[in-house]
Design a protein around this ligand. Structure first.
Ligand code: AMP
Length: 180
């Protein structure tokens, strides 16, 4: 693995059995709190699109907001929040998606992204890809283009990145953790 990945990987803290037994929670607050790691992660995430025209960066609540704001600034793009149902004040588009147990819904302001706008989707981590797939469909549903989906962390054993690539959306991740 490349040195950049190792230094980023070691800046991420793992909390066993959070939020419940058997889960290894990959905590990026330690990466965000490390000035060099935070800058490095954002620089590496945007690298393929430096200098190209990106209209919007859409971040998934809540950790995707922190990374997405920095990514949008770096690309001189606008930032769009994708939130849990009921949090956005204006007219929204909504999509349901399945979690481990049951369904959840996410929303985006209907006028946040115009048809045809080139958009990058951001979150901290991709696991099964269910959350990111719903967000891709929400953005594509209003006629915008999802140029890429980018994540600091991939859990490759759960197949999320492949699931998003199967939708025709390129995926960029920086570090991978085996298992789940
Ligand atoms: P998924 O829809 O399965 O790809 O799950 C991705 C979402 O759940 C992201 O918003 C992640 O922040 C969160 N998530 C899933 N698994 C973990 C994990 N092991 N550690 C930290 N966050 C996780």
């Amino acid at each position: 693995m490349k040195p950049v990945d190792q230094s980023l990987q070691s800046s991420i803290r793992t909390i066993p059995d959070y939020p419940k037994a058997g889960i290894l929670f990959r905590d990026i607050t330690t990466l965000l709190g490390d000035p060099r790691a935070f800058r490095r992660a954002v620089d590496e995430l945007v690298h393929p699109w430096a200098g190209s025209k990106i209209d919007k960066v859409a971040g998934i609540e809540a950790r995707g907001f922190i990374l997405g704001g920095a990514v949008a600034h770096q690309l001189s793009a606008g930032f769009v929040p994708i939130r849990k149902r009921g949090k956005l004040p204006h007219d929204t588009v909504r999509i349901a998606y399945s979690l481990e147990y049951g369904l959840d819904e996410m929303e985006m302001h209907r006028d946040a992204i115009a048809p045809g706008e080139r958009t990058i989707l951001v979150d901290d981590l991709i696991a099964t890809g269910g959350t990111a797939e719903a967000a891709v469909k929400l953005i594509q549903g209003i006629g915008a283009e999802v140029v890429a989906a980018i994540f600091v962390i991939d859990l490759p054993d759960l197949g999320g990145a492949k699931r998003i690539e199967a939708l025709g959306v390129p995926v960029r991740t920086l570090v991978a953790f085996e298992g789940h």
